[in-house]
Design a protein around this ligand. Structure first.
Ligand code: ADP
Ligand code: MG
Length: 488
C-alpha cells in the first residue's frame, strides 16, 4: 500500500470566521478625555488614565456606546441592554495596566447577520456572533533606537469595537466582500473612518479546511493583524494551500496563532494552543455594568440613517435606475449625501443623477478630486442643471465654462455669473436663422447629399451652427430650424 495520500484542491473547502477590529472615530478615548486622533507625535495624547498611574479611574465615553449600538443595529444584532467590562490580563510593554479592558461574557451586541453581494450576482449571509467594546493598546516602536525599544502610548485607550463573525465564510472572495461591506457601513454610520492603512480597520482571520460535503469543522489557525483586504485574501490562499498539503501528507493541523508576512505572502507560527495565554478574564471592578435604557436605545434607533442596502433599493425604484448606476450613488456615502442635498433644489432629479454619475464623476476623476473636496455646493450644481434643463444654457457650455468658473468663485450667484460671462442661450430667432443660412450656404455638396437621402449629415450642420452660436443655442431649436429650411 502506498503511504502517499493525494488530495486535490477540489476535494476541500475553506472555512473561516473573522474578528474585525474597528477603531471608532470619537474625539476622545474610551475611558479618558485624551485625544483619540491619529498621527500626533509620540506620547502627546496621554494622561494618568492612559499611563495607568495608581489611583487613576476609567470613565466610559458615551459616544463609544452609541456608535457600537449603531453598528449592532445595522448588523441586525440583539442589543444587550445590560452588559459589562472585563479585564483581559497579560503583560506587554505597551500595556501599562497589565490588562486590557474588554468585554468577554456579556458583549454589547450579539447574534446578528450581514448579507454581502458576490461577483456571480448571488447574496451570501454571514452570521455575526458578537460585537464587543474594548480599548486599544499602545505601540512598541523597534526602529527608533539602536539599543532600545520605544513606547508610544497615544493609542492606549483608543476605542475599538471587535466584530466577530461565525465561521460562515467559504472563500477569499466572500471575506473580501464582507470587509468591503463593513468598511462601507462603518463610514456610512459615522462609526469609523474605516481607513485600513492607518489601522482603523484590521482583522484576524481564523482559517480551517475540511473535505467538501463534511458537516464538521477542521482545526483552525488564526492569522493575526491583517491590515488590508488584499492581505486577507493572500493569507487565506496561502493557508488553504498549506493546510491542504499538511493533510495531503497525512499530517494534522495544530491549532495555532500565525503571523502574516506581507513581503513573502506566507504565514509563520507565533504560538500554538499549548503556549496560548490564559487571560484570566474577570469583571472590571472599576467600571459599573453598563445599563442602556429603553429610551436611549429607542432614540439611537430613531436616529439611525437609512442603510446602504435600503438606499440602493430605493434609488432603483424611485428613479428607475439599474443596479450599477444606483451603486455609483449609493455606495459612496459622500456622493450620496451630496445628491441628497442637491435634490432639495433640483427640478428634475433624474438630471441630477445623470450629471453626478456622468460628467461630474468624470470631472472629479480627471482632476483627481473627491466629491468631498468639490467646491461647488450641491445647491449651486442643481441651479446649473436647472438652467440646462430649462434650455437657458447648453450642456456643453455649462460643463466647460460655467462649472469651472464657479469652482474658482464658489460664492458667486449662478445666474448672475452666467449673465456676466455671457453664457446664456440667446433666444434670438433671427440670429439663429442667419447662422443656419450661413452653414447651408457653406456646405452645398452636403446639402445636396442630404436631399439625396443621406440624412446623417444633419449632425454636421447642427455642430456648425452651434459653433457659430458659440455654444449658446439650444440644439433642438437648431435642429428644428435646419429641418424647416432643408425640407422647404
Ligand atoms: P476564541 O474565543 O478562542 O477566539 P471563538 O469560538 O470565539 O474562539 O472563535 C473565534 C473566531 O474563529 C470566530 O470568528 C469563529 O467564527 C472562528 N472559528 C471558529 N471555529 C472555526 C473553524 N473551525 N474554522 C475557521 N474559523 C473558525
Ligand atoms: Mg479569538
Amino acid at each position: 500500500m502506498s503511504d502517499k495520500i493525494t488530495v486535490s484542491s477540489s476535494d476541500f473547502e475553506l472555512v473561516s470566521g473573522l474578528e474585525i477590529h474597528v477603531q471608532l472615530n470619537t474625539n476622545t478615548k474610551i475611558f479618558s478625555s485624551d485625544s483619540a486622533a491619529f498621527g500626533a507625535k509620540p506620547n502627546q495624547h496621554i494622561s494618568p488614565v492612559s499611563l495607568a498611574l495608581p489611583g487613576a479611574l476609567p470613565k466610559l465615553n458615551k459616544q463609544v456606546v452609541e456608535k457600537a449600538i449603531r453598528m449592532g443595529l445595522a448588523l441586525n444584532c440583539k442589543i444587550n441592554q445590560v452588559n459589562y467590562f472585563d479585564r483581559k490580563n497579560y503583560f506587554y510593554a505597551d500595556l501599562p495596566k497589565g490588562y486590557q479592558i474588554t468585554q468577554d461574557n456579556k458583549p454589547i451586541c450579539q447574534d446578528g447577520f450581514i448579507n454581502v453581494k458576490l461577483s456571480n450576482g448571488t447574496e451570501k449571509r454571514i452570521s455575526i456572533n458578537r460585537i464587543h467594546l474594548e480599548e486599544d493598546a499602545g505601540k512598541s516602536l523597534h526602529d527608533q533606537d539602536e539599543r532600545f525599544s520605544c513606547i508610544d502610548l497615544n493609542r492606549a485607550g483608543v476605542p475599538l469595537i471587535e466584530i466577530v463573525t461565525e465561521p460562515d465564510i467559504r472563500s477569499a472572495e466572500e471575506a473580501s466582500a464582507l470587509l468591503t461591506e463593513m468598511r462601507k457601513l462603518v463610514r456610512h454610520l459615522n462609526v469609523s473612518d474605516g481607513n485600513m492603512e492607518e489601522g482603523s480597520l484590521r482583522c484576524d482571520a481564523n482559517i480551517s479546511i475540511r473535505p467538501k460535503g463534511s458537516a464538521d469543522y477542521g482545526i483552525r489557525c488564526e492569522v493575526k493583524n491583517l491590515n488590508s483586504i488584499r492581505n486577507v485574501r493572500r493569507a487565506m490562499d496561502f493557508e488553504f494551500a498549506r493546510q491542504r498539503e499538511v493533510i495531503g501528507k497525512g499530517g494534522v493541523i495544530i491549532q495555532s496563532t500565525l503571523n502574516f508576512d506581507s513581503d513573502q505572502g506566507t504565514t509563520s507560527p507565533m504560538r500554538n494552543k499549548e503556549e496560548a495565554n490564559d487571560y484570566r478574564y474577570f469583571p472590571d471592578p472599576d467600571l459599573v455594568p453598563l445599563h442602556i435604557s429603553d429610551e436611549r436605545l429607542a432614540q439611537i434607533r430613531a436616529e439611525m440613517p437609512e442603510l446602504p442596502a435600503v438606499i440602493l433599493k430605493r434609488l432603483m425604484t424611485d428613479y428607475n435606475l439599474g443596479l450599477s448606476e444606483a451603486a455609483v450613488l449609493g455606495d459612496d456615502s459622500d456622493l450620496f449625501h451630496y445628491f441628497t442635498s442637491g435634490l432639495q433644489n433640483i427640478q428634475q432629479p433624474k438630471s441630477l443623477i445623470n450629471w453626478l454619475t456622468g460628467p461630474i464623476r468624470a470631472f472629479l476623476s480627471d482632476n483627481k478630486l473627491t466629491i468631498a473636496s468639490f467646491t461647488l455646493s450641491p445647491h449651486k450644481l442643481s441651479e446649473v442643471i436647472n438652467l440646462v434643463d430649462e434650455k437657458r444654457i447648453s450642456h456643453q457650455v455649462a460643463l466647460q465654462r460655467l462649472i469651472p468658473d464657479l469652482l474658482n468663485r464658489p460664492e458667486s450667484d449662478v445666474l448672475q455669473l452666467s449673465t456676466e460671462l455671457n453664457l446664456l442661450i440667446k433666444d434670438n430667432a433671427d440670429e439663429l436663422y442667419q447662422f443656419v443660412e450661413q452653414v447651408l450656404a457653406k456646405f452645398q455638396p452636403q446639402v445636396q447629399a442630404y436631399k439625396n437621402g443621406k440624412k446623417g449629415v444633419l449632425g454636421l450642420f447642427v455642430g456648425e451652427v452651434m459653433k457659430l452660436a458659440k455654444g449658446k443655442a439650444d440644439p433642438k431649436k437648431i435642429n428644428d430650424v435646419l429641418l424647416q429650411k432643408l425640407n422647404s
